[in-house]
Structures are given as structure tokens and as C-alpha cells.
Design a protein around this ligand. Structure first.
Ligand code: ADP
Ligand code: MG
Length: 711
């Protein structure tokens, strides 16, 4: 991207404005070329990288136990002096070291892996050991975690005021002989004069307001704090910086897009959109109107739109997308809707066909299961521009699919697609407008880091005409009662979903559960039409079964989570989720979103296969209490952490070294604000005050160019 300052043009360290901080790690005292090579594997290139490799924990009085006060079963850290060591032969050969701290003695035992310890655990060495205390002729810890302390006051082991940093360990650190003890020796001199040798790269205004304390203070106190409080203050400042530089990158990416005024403004005619609205059997909700006008303003501007539409399941995103697509279609260009599954593609195609009928437009469907000849002819329609509205799955991304004039791309259920995939479709047009839709509400702080370069619209209101969903959880003892629910639903002519956990390649038992459940239901309800779909059923057959269900030709659909994504069967008013304790919260919410899509009350029964743990119970209770996707997402995020919450697939979450998205979420917004303001005032960071900042930004991201690419 031409507008990004190029790392290749970055200054050599000799010209650096920050010589100590940016010094290549090889030239840090105590490192040298061999260790530098190993550190390189850990992504540590400069003194700064070394300094931003913070201690994993600290040893101080507040977390060190006295041997005399140990209790069996405790997990503790003890500091003591080695009094005796030896290999004990016998039944099982072991190595034992005894340490004393003036209040008692503790023996440490190794049954394996002690050979390389033998040399360092000499009599008189001071150790910090951690582990679980057991009792056998005295207190002992088996295979303790171990730190050799070099400068602990040996005469006053338990009453020292020192705080000792303990660094992340691992194979590479060990090979480099940079275990905690040595690392402390390397780092100490680097921070001894930090206040004079390390300059704070953040502009004064940011330092005065949100980024306190200073960089040199924080670096010094993150490594050698006087109190745990200081260490935390220091960590928070450094975490802030991580968010800040990420936001700076996002802001840069965004402003690069905005500066490219070569997007196209969509002409301000909205006759078709009005026609569509007028033909709807219900009025738009307030939120749908608001979001539609936010989108319309983007379409009218010559900046390419980059907008995320967040709307809980059932908030009515499809019609909002259709109203945007209609405007480009009316202008003579094309709009494409990309969805993750065939079922969803067919359903959206069906919906859009109905919506666009009064405009005289026939949307074209492109999926993998369309026959080769049919596909050719549809691709022709797309290539000629005759197809103004195109709906499809991944098939849309393939080589042979060319658009005549792609004005807009809409991505539904965006968490199923990676950035690269969405870019593939965008690249089929000339800077088309992009609307990304997601039904997984993402808590605000997460959205700001994950989609920080996008504008965000939120559909925070559900159509009042849609039914309520009541959710309950039940144990195995209530199975008969659950069957009564199914019976009653059938008697009313309602459709029922029975959902089992996903059938994974290796998990035969899941498949068995779904299949057995299906057989049990068939036996139990001989007069009902029951269907079964799961991941091992062939795609075409799966599609056929699900379609029969949506058309009301089946009463009960037994499935695994393959039905998860946004399909719409208004007559489905009962859902039973088996082994509900095995699902994530957000996933349960998505599943539940399949019911309550028509008028009347729907019921969701969460069946538990096992007594729920405390956390599982909390999850289930949230599900029963609320239908608000945002509240559920916040809880899910809190209970599972960001990585799990987003799923490992392609979530694109930046990795933070110091910051923790959950713990430090309060820092995200101020970091974002500061970064965006700076870049707005000085897009190229060319002001003299911003030179240090610019240098640091390049230092941080020069090896991570993916962050500098345009989105
Ligand atoms: P989602 O946001 O989950 O994709 P959909 O767009 O599929 O939601 O809409 C869910 C259901 O609500 C559909 O049946 C749709 O026709 C209906 N719907 C959408 N907007 C309204 C509205 N304003 N009033 C009533 N029903 C609506
Ligand atoms: Mg949808």
C-alpha cells in the first residue's frame, strides 16, 4: 500500500532517535550473536523486544509461604536455601533436594528429568520452588517449578522486601541459557538508567491524559517493581501501548481507504428501494430505518463503504441488505451476496426473488450444486451484467466468475469467512461498497480491535411481530415431559428441531447419539414424519431433507449443528437441544434463533446429558433469562475468553503480548481515540513531535506487514 510508510526505508539503529531502545539485541550486553539468533526465533530483535517480554510473575513476600506454616494439599511458592541433595537409588531412582527457610525444611523430589538440575542445585543455592505440597515423612513437593535466585538475602529468607521477576520459560530460552536468572542479569542494566536512556514515544498530549505512567518508568517497574501495585501500573501502560499501535494501524488502513476517493458514489435514486419497502407486509423497524439511512449515506459517498452490520438473530438484516443492493442494481451496476451454506443461499435467493419482483429483477443463484451447463449460462448473465443481483456460496469466489460491474458486496454470517475470502470477492469489482453482516453480536471492545477499520451499524431492535422464545433447561428425568412437548407441538402443526452436538470426523459417539435419537423418535412418534441430517449425510441429500422440513413436509428434523446458520422456518416453534452443556453460549443462541421466527410463542428446551458444572450452570441460566444476543455474547466472552469465543477458525484476532482483551478492555476505547485523533491530524506522522512515534510504529510492525495491508 503506497500510503504506508515503508519499513524497508526504516532507519538503521545508529540513526535511531531511540538508540538504546532500538539497539539490535545482539549488541545488548550479555547477548551476542549466538543468543541473538535464538532470540530471533522468539521474535525478539531489539532491546525493546526484550524489555517488552514481561515477567510471567513476581516473587515477593506477599506470595511466598513459610515452610513451617505449610498445609498438605496447598499449592505454594517457597523460598529456601539448599541444605542437602542426593540421588536415592531403590525401587524408583530419584533425586532429592532439601531446602530450609528458617521455619522448617521441605524436600523436593524428581523421578525424572533431574540430570541437568544436579549441577545447579548445589548446597547453599537459594531457590524459589512452586508446586503442590504433599506429606510423607515430612512435607515435600514433587517435580516443583523452580527458580534459582541469585541475590536474595540469604540470611533473612522470609522477610525480604525484594520483588523478583520470573520470566516466561521454554525450550528456546533454556537453550539460549536465558532462564530467568540470566535474563534478570541482562535486563537489569538496561533499565537502570531508563529515565535518561529511554524516551517515551507517545506524544505529550496522550501521555498527559491517558497513557500514564511514562514509558521508562513502566519498563523499569514492569521488570523490577518495588511493589506488586507498581508492576501492575507498569503493565497497564504497556498494554495500553499495544492497543494504541494496533489502533494506529487500523486507523491508517482506514484513512488509506478513505483517501482513495476512487470509489464511486451511487446515484441518488432510490425508486426500487421504495418499491420494495412499499411491498413489505410489515413496516420496517426503527433500527432498520436508521441503519438503512446510514448505509445509504455511505453509498452516496465516493469513499468505498466498509461497514459492519451487527444484528442479533431475527433482527431483520436481510431486508436491510436488499435495500442497499437495490440502489446499486437500479443504478445499472451489480450487487453480490455471499453466504456460507447452500441452504442459506437458496433461502436468500428465494427471499430476494420475492423482494425484487416488483422491480422486475430476477436474482441469480450460484452455488456448487448447480449443474455445469446451468452454471455456465448463469455465469454468462453475471459476466454480461444482466444479473443485477447475484446470490451465492463460495462458488462466487471461483476463477470463472466475473462481474460486468460489481458495485457492492454483501457478506452474510461473516464469521464463516476469512479476510482473504471476502477480499477475493471485493477484487472482482473496482472498489465496490462492502457490507459485512454478522449475527454473532460482538462485544464492543472486541469489535473495536477486530473490525477497527470498519464503520459499525447495529440493529438493536427485533421486529415486534415476531414471536417470543421461552427457554428452559431440563435433566434426563424430564425426558418424558419433553416428549409431551414434541407431541403437543405436532398436534398444533408446529415444526420441531432436535439438535445434537456436532458430528466431528473422529467423534463416532456423536453420530451414534444423533442416529439413535432419530430412531427413538421414529419409534415414539410413528405418525410423524421425522428427518435426519448430519455432517456425514451427502450434501445433496442433506439439502433435500432440510428443504422438506422448511416446506412443512417433515414434522421433526433431527440434526447436528449443520442447521446453525440463518435459515428461516416460521412454523418452527419447538427446539430441543440435546447435551446442551456441550455447546458454547453464542452457539446455543444462534441455534435458538432458528425458532421464534413466526408469530406465537416458541419453546427451546435445553436437555442436559450430565450434571452441569458451575460454569455450565451459569451459561444455561443466562440462556433462560435473556434473549438478548449482546448480553449473551458478553457473558460468553467473560466465561470463555476471546480466543474460544470467536472460535479458532480465521478469527483474525491480533495477538497481544502484554494486553489481555478481557482484563484490559477498558483501555481499548481511549487507545483507539488517541490513535485515530493523531492520525487524523497528521496522517503521515510527519510532524516533528511524531517522529519517535513513527519510528516505534515501524519497529513494532515491520515484521508483521499483514497489518499494514489495505482491507
Ligand atoms: P436475520 O437478522 O437473523 O438475518 P432475517 O432478515 O432473516 O433476520 O429476518 C428474520 C425474520 O423477520 C424474517 O422472516 C423476516 O421476513 C422478518 N422481518 C424482517 N423485518 C421485519 C419487520 N420489520 N417486521 C416484521 N418482520 C420482519
Ligand atoms: Mg440472516
Amino acid at each position: 500500500m503506497a500510503t504506508t510508510p515503508s519499513p524497508a526505508g526504516g532507519k538503521k539503529h545508529a540513526d535511531s532517535l531511540q538508540p538504546v531502545w532500538s539497539r539490535p539485541v545482539q549488541f545488548v550486553k550479555g547477548i551476542g550473536p549466538k543468543r541473538a539468533q535464538l532470540l530471533h526465533e522468539l521474535g525478539i530483535e531489539t532491546a525493546a523486544d526484550l524489555l517488552l517480554n514481561l515477567p510471567r510473575r513476581y516473587l515477593d513476600r506477599s506470595n511466598i509461604a513459610q515452610i513451617g506454616a505449610l498445609l498438605e494439599g496447598q499449592t505454594v511458592t517457597v523460598v529456601g536455601k539448599v541444605a542437602m541433595t542426593g540421588v536415592i537409588k531403590g525401587g524408583k531412582t530419584r533425586f532429592e533436594a532439601t531446602i530450609v527457610d528458617g521455619t522448617g525444611q521441605l524436600s523436593l523430589l524428581w523421578f525424572a528429568g533431574w540430570r541437568f538440575l544436579q549441577d545447579s542445585l548445589k548446597k547453599g543455592v537459594i531457590l524459589a520452588v512452586s508446586g503442590n505440597v504433599t506429606y510423607f515423612h515430612g512435607f515435600q513437593i514433587l517435580h516443583p517449578e523452580l527458580e534459582i535466585l541469585e541475590d536474595w538475602d540469604a540470611d533473612d529468607l522470609t522477610h525480604t522486601g525484594r520483588v523478583i521477576p520470573v520470566y516466561p520459560s521454554g525450550e528456546t530460552w533454556r537453550i539460549a541459557r536465558l532462564e530467568s536468572r540470566n535474563l534478570r542479569r541482562v535486563i537489569k542494566p538496561l533499565i537502570d538508567n531508563a529515565e535518561t536512556t529511554i524516551k517515551d514515544y507517545l506524544p505529550q498530549a496522550v501521555r498527559d491524559t491517558v497513557a500514564q505512567p511514562s514509558l521508562p518508568w513502566s519498563v523499569a517497574h514492569a521488570h523490577f517493581p518495588e511493589t506488586a501495585d507498581d508492576a501492575e501500573k507498569a503493565r497497564v501502560r504497556l498494554a495500553f501501548d499495544e492497543f494504541f499501535f494496533l489502533e494506529l494501524t487500523l486507523a491508517n488502513r482506514r484513512s488509506a481507504i478513505d483517501r482513495l476517493r476512487d470509489g464511486r458514489a451511487c446515484p441518488p435514486t432510490a425508486t426500487w428501494a421504495r418499491t420494495i419497502v412499499d411491498s413489505l407486509p410489515w413496516p420496517l423497524t426503527g433500527a432498520q430505518k436508521r441503519v438503512t439511512s446510514e448505509i445509504t449515506a455511505d453509498l452516496r459517498s465516493e469513499h468505498p463503504m466498509r461497514r459492519l452490520l451487527q444484528g442479533d438473530v431475527g433482527s431483520g438484516k436481510t431486508v436491510v441488505a436488499a435495500l442497499a443492493m437495490a440502489q446499486w442494481a437500479e443504478a445499472g451496476a451489480q450487487a453480490a451476496l455471499l453466504v456460507p451454506t447452500e441452504i442459506l443461499a437458496e433461502q436468500h435467493h428465494h427471499t430476494l426473488t420475492r423482494l425484487f419482483e416488483p422491480c422486475g429483477i430476477t436474482p441469480v443463484l450460484l452455488t456448487g450444486s448447480v449443474s455445469a451447463t446451468e452454471r455456465k449460462s448463469r455465469q454468462k448473465l453475471v459476466a454480461s451484467g444482466e444479473a443485477r443481483i447475484v446470490v451465492g456460496t463460495h462458488a462466487l469466489l471461483s476463477e470463472g466468475v466475473d462481474f460486468h460491474d460489481l458495485g457492492m458486496v454483501v457478506i452474510d454470517e461473516q464469521h464463516r469467512f476469512g479476510v482473504a475470502q471476502r477480499q477475493k470477492l471485493v477484487d472482482k469489482g473496482r472498489r465496490p461498497d462492502l457490507l459485512i453482516m454478522t449475527a454473532t453480536p460482538i462485544p464492543r471492545t472486541l469489535a473495536m480491535t477486530l473490525y477497527g477499520d470498519l464503520d459499525v451499524s447495529v440493529l438493536n431492535e427485533k421486529p415486534p411481530q415476531l414471536g417470543r422464545v421461552r427457554t428452559v433447561w431440563r435433566g434426563e428425568e424430564a425426558r418424558e415431559k419433553m416428549y409431551d412437548f414434541i407431541h403437543d407441538a405436532g398436534a398444533r402443526g408446529d415444526l420441531t428441531y432436535i439438535v445434537y452436538p456436532l458430528v466431528e470426523q473422529s467423534e463416532k459417539s456423536d453420530l451414534k447419539a444423533a442416529t439413535e435419537g432419530y430412531e427413538a423418535l421414529c419409534a415414539r412418534f410413528p405418525n410423524r414424519r421425522v428427518g435426519l441430517v448430519h455432517g456425514r449425510v451427502k450434501a445433496a441429500e442433506r439439502l433435500a431433507t432440510m428443504e422438506r422440513f422448511y416446506h412443512g413436509d417433515l414434522d421433526i428434523l433431527v440434526s447436528t449443528t449443520v442447521i446453525e446458520v440463518g435459515v428461516d422456518a416460521p412454523a418452527a416453534r419447538l427446539m430441543v437441544i440435546e447435551n446442551a452443556e456441550r455447546f458454547g453460549l453464542s452457539q446455543l443462541h444462534q441455534l435458538r434463533g432458528r425458532i421464534g421466527r413466526g408469530p406465537g410463542e416458541s419453546i427451546c428446551v435445553l436437555m442436559l446429558g450430565a450434571e452441569p458444572s458451575v460454569i455450565a450452570r451459569e451459561r444455561l441460566e443466562v440462556m433462560c433469562r435473556t434473549n438478548d444476543g449482546f448480553e449473551i455474547a458478553e457473558t460468553d466472552l467473560r466465561l470463555r475468553g476471546p480466543g474460544e469465543f470467536l472460535g479458532t477458525r480465521q478469527h483474525g484476532l491480533p495477538e497481544f503480548q502484554i494486553a489481555d482483551l478481557l482484563r484490559d478492555s477498558i483501555l481499548v476505547e481511549p487507545a483507539r481515540k488517541a490513535a485515530w485523533e493523531i492520525l487524523k491530524a497528521d496522517p503521515r506522522l510527519s510532524a516533528p513531535d511524531h517522529q519517535l512515534l513513527r519510528e516505534e510504529w515501524l519497529r513494532r510492525f515491520s515484521t508483521r506487514t499483514e497489518l499494514l495491508e489495505a482491507g
